[in-house]
Design a binder for this molecule. Structure first.
Ligand SMILES: Nc1nc2c(c(=O)[nH]1)N[C@H]1C(S)=C(S)[C@@H](COP(=O)(O)OP(=O)(O)OC[C@H]3O[C@@H](n4cnc5c(N)ncnc54)[C@H](O)[C@@H]3O)O[C@H]1N2
Ligand code: MOO
Length: 276
């Protein structure tokens, strides 16, 4: 009698299998197929327009002149949007020219449900993003007490919502993943992703100035006695993508926190599917 599988041992007739808003995973497709369900009704995906701003930006593969850097943000954002199975309209890189930026905004707003830009969102001479947002639409909020990502801007355009990511590559990556992605999931009626958070001892000293919530980049390690700990992956500059690459989690330090010493307990948030 041990090797018998009874009809209905998995799912009882008439019971609810999934709740609305569930992202269908491969095992869910298996479950649906096993129930003989050939078609399901799903919510529509959103269409997202993406562009980078900055005269200094070159495409990977092109030669760099003095003062140039490679556009990396657009590729990071697109890779995360692809993981979310979102349709992307790539408007490329837009120079620091008000009229060209205005045209990019207008086209993006015509063609997409959400618009994501990177760069030009702080208060430098050529930072026009906020100005154009206020001219064509309305700012919802601008500037947050987080590090990286302080100048992040959110707003409404006539036909779409707008996310203005800061230009610094780590800031753009973190604000997309922490702020824009949950909003896009919400727009698609998707249930929110649970964040996996742990409290662990830090193996390394952590520098922290009170004032903003830090999302420092870290890595899980085992201590000699086999305990799970976290360590800083090093340079926490907002332009340092290599430490972001070496990390598998954030060390989340509260606004009011100062430095942490080795052995102190800290909050750790594991990278979600977007950063894995
Ligand atoms: N007066 C103030 N200045 C700044 C503030 C502030 O609050 N007041 N905030 C600082 C913080 S924090 C950040 S973050 C940056 C972000 O400013 P922007 O969004 O205007 O970014 P940019 O100046 O355009 O670029 C910053 C940095 O990142 C490089 N970059 C830009 N786009 C890309 C891209 N697509 N791929 C790779 N790298 C990119 C750019 O060349 C600059 O080096 O503002 C501070 N200033
Ligand atoms: O917010 Mo900025 O991201 O500190 O560099």
């Amino acid at each position: 009698g041990n090797n018998i599988r009874k009809a209905g041992e998995d799912i009882l007739e008439g019971s609810q299998v999934f709740t609305p808003g569930r992202k269908v995973r491969p095992q869910d497709i298996g479950l649906l197929a096993s129930l003989g369900i050939a078609n399901v009704t799903v919510y529509q995906k959103v269409k997202v327009a993406v562009f980078s701003t900055g005269d200094e930006l070159k495409l990977p593969g092109e030669p760099l002149r003095h003062g140039d850097i490679y556009d990396s943000n657009r590729f990071v954002i697109k890779a995360m949007l692809k993981k979310m199975e979102i349709d992307i309209i790539d408007l490329g890189k837009i120079p620091d020219d008000k009229e060209q930026l205005r045209q990019a905004f207008l086209r993006a707003d015509r063609e997409a449900d959400a618009v994501i830009s990177s760069g030009g969102v702080s208060v430098g001479d050529a930072d026009y993003t906020k100005e154009i947002l206020d001219e064509l639409g309305e700012t919802g909020f601008w500037k947050l007490a987080i590090k990286p990502g302080k100048p992040f801007a959110f707003g409404q355009l006539p036909n779409s919502v707008f996310f203005g990511l800061p230009g610094n590559p780590v800031s753009a990556t973190v604000t997309f993943q922490q702020l824009a992605a949950p909003a896009l999931r919400h727009m698609m009626n998707q249930q929110a992703e649970e964040k996996v958070e742990l409290t662990l001892a830090t193996k390394t000293r952590l520098k922290k100035r009170p004032g903003r919530r830090d999302f420092q980049r870290g890595k899980l390690v085992y201590s000699n006695s086999g305990e799970l700990q976290v360590l800083s992956t090093g340079n926490q500059g907002s332009g340092v993508m290599s430490t972001m690459s070496q990390s598998d989690c954030y060390i989340v330090l509260a606004e009011e926190d100062g430095d942490k010493q080795a052995g102190d307990l800290v909050k750790v948030q594991l990278f979600d599917e977007l950063l894995k």
